[in-house]
Each structure stands twice: as C-alpha cells, then as structure tokens.
Design a protein around this ligand. Structure first.
Ligand code: NDP
Length: 279
C-alpha cells in the first residue's frame, strides 16, 4: 500500500501543503500520497485516529489544532515541547511523535534562502499567538543579540517570555541563553531592530500593528509570516528602506523539515518556492 500522509485543519481547502509534498515526493522519488483533510472543530482526535486506522503514516496539523496535536502526541521533540504546539505527527508502532517544524522553517528561510544571519542581531517578534510561540526557541538558538516579543495584549507577550526564560538551562536540547529575551506592549518599544518578524494575524485583516517610525535599523529585514499578497506591514517597511520578505519560504521550509522526518530524505526547497511564486 502506498504510504499516506495528510494535513488536518479547519478550514483546509486553501492549503498548499498537498502541492508542496507532491513536488517533494516527485523530486526525491518517494512513493507516497498526501491529502488535505478537514477535521470537525470538535473532532480532531477522531479524525487523526480514523486516518491512522486506514494506514496513515503521519500528518501535518494547522490552525486551529496545533495545541490539540501537542496533547495527542505521546512523545515530543524539544522544540515542540518548548512551543507547546505540534505541526507534525509521525505515527509509531505504539503512539506518535509530535514535532514543531515552524521555527526551523522560519530560521532556514532567513539564514539559507534570504542569507540573513541571525547571530548578534536585534530581533523584534510581533505577536504572542501560536506562530510566535513556535519560532522563539529556534530564533534563540541562532544566538541573536536580543529578541523582543511585542504584542497588542502586552500580558501575553510577558507570559510567553517568562515561559521561555523558565526553560533556560532546563532540559537537554535547550541550548540558548534567554537573558536577551524580553517582552511587552507596542508602547514599550524603543530603539531600532535588524529583523522585524510579523507573527500576528493583523495582515489577514489588512491591519498594521502600531510600530514606531524608527523601528528599522539600517539594512533591516522585515519578514511577514503571511504570504500570497502584499501586506500593510511590508509596505510600511519598504517605505522606510527595509528589505522585505513574505512567509512563503517558511511554509515550504517547515514542510521540508516534516518530509525529512517522515521519509529520511531532504527535498530541495528552492524550486518549490519558485513554483508557488509563479502560481
Ligand atoms: P493566533 O490567532 O494564535 O495569534 C494572533 C496574534 O496576532 C496575537 O498575538 C494577536 O494579539 C495578534 N493580532 C491579531 N490582530 C492584530 C492586530 N490588528 N494588531 C496587532 N496584533 C494583532 O495566530 P497564529 O499565531 O496562529 O498566526 C499568526 C499569523 O502567522 C497568521 O497570519 C498565519 O497565517 C501566519 N503563519 C504563517 C506560517 C507560515 O508557514 N508562513 C506558519 C504559521 C502561521 P492579541 O494577543 O492581542 O490578540
């Protein structure tokens, strides 16, 4: 039987993951199929169980099920543990491994595709939701000078920062110094940043978080996790001389990391990013 994988979400019809994984499979000669499956809002666990019972080997998980996938996993990678969210499940003989490849996807897009080294950089991360949680540990592991988490609801940013600080030097697998990690509301922002990552849902609504005029340092990069259209954040950044990038590369890179976990082979991402851009 052909190995079968799927992405679970609600909604899911818009997902580009089936196209991405089909390209990876074609490129690497892997015999597998990958589908987008709509799970009922109150039926994620049952949907995954049914897929597994029909021979599924693993799954990706997207909004709004990443926390439920975390709870479902019987074993977690360090980065999934830290994030409190799982976007990749690998079914095992007795149970399932939960991983979170979102942060690794972002870091690889930044460092490899965009050739933007994170070492010693001042990073501003906007948002304190699931996307922000997933990327903090991989960002810290790149040894930036600092990471400031800013959020509309400042208490959520502070809570997130306290969570990651409590992990510092904790379990094996956490190799970072959280001392440069701080958080607060937009009114507390001061100074310029080398990298500003938009991990809020503001772009979905065509909104721009209230950033100070002088938020970008010279040669700064503005990265919006949203993809598929220009956003007020990227327009704001461009008008202030910053270099800009959308989240399409992150999407493809997080998929590549999941594919590698499942199949033991790393696909090439550049041609797939290009294919999606042309589409
Ligand atoms: P959540 O709903 O978990 O979090 C939303 C965050 O956005 C919260 O911090 C919220 O602040 C903030 N926010 C919402 N509206 C505004 C606004 N108008 N101004 C300022 N802040 C706002 O969403 P996720 O974290 O799951 O997703 C965030 C974005 O990241 C989405 O656009 C998603 O598509 C994208 N994403 C992209 C990925 C990729 O591979 N490229 C992967 C994962 C996510 P508050 O706490 O105050 O409500």
């Amino acid at each position: 039987m052909t190995d079968s994988y799927a992405v679970f979400g609600n909604p899911i019809a818009h997902s580009k993951s089936p196209l991405i994984h089909a390209e990876f499979a074609r490129q690497t000669g892997q015999e597998m199929v990958y589908a987008a499956l709509l799970a009922p809002l109150d039926g994620f666990r049952e949907a995954v169980s049914a897929f597994r019972a029909h021979g599924g080997r693993g799954a990706n998980v997207t909004v709004p099920f990443k926390e439920q996938a975390y709870a479902l996993a019987t074993r977690l990678t360090a980065r999934a543990q830290a994030a409190g969210a799982v976007n990749t499940l690998q079914f095992e003989a007795t149970g399932m491994l939960g991983d979170n490849t979102d942060g690794a996807g972002l870091v690889r897009d930044l460092v490899v595709n965009l050739e933007f080294s994170l070492a010693d950089k001042r990073i501003l991360l906007m948002g304190a939701g699931g996307a922000a949680r997933g990327v903090i540990l991989p960002l810290l592991e790149q040894q930036p000078a600092s990471v400031f988490v800013v959020n509309r609801t400042s208490a959520r940013a502070v809570e997130l920062v306290n969570h990651f600080r409590s992990l510092e030097g904790g379990a094996p697998g956490f190799r970072f110094a959280a001392s440069g990690l701080q958080g607060g509301g937009y009114e507390s922002l001061a100074g310029a940043f080398d990298l500003v990552v938009n991990a809020t849902a503001a772009s979905l609504a065509g909104d721009l978080p209230p950033l100070p005029e002088d938020v970008f340092a010279p040669n700064a990069l503005a990265y919006d996790m949203m993809y598929g259209k220009d956003t007020p954040f990227l327009a704001f950044a461009r008008a202030r001389g910053a270099r800009t990038a959308d989240g399409l590369g992150m999407l493809v890179e997080q998929a590549a990391a999941a594919f590698e976990l499942w199949r033991g082979v790393r696909p090439q991402t550049a041609p797939v990013i290009q294919l999606l851009r042309e589409a």
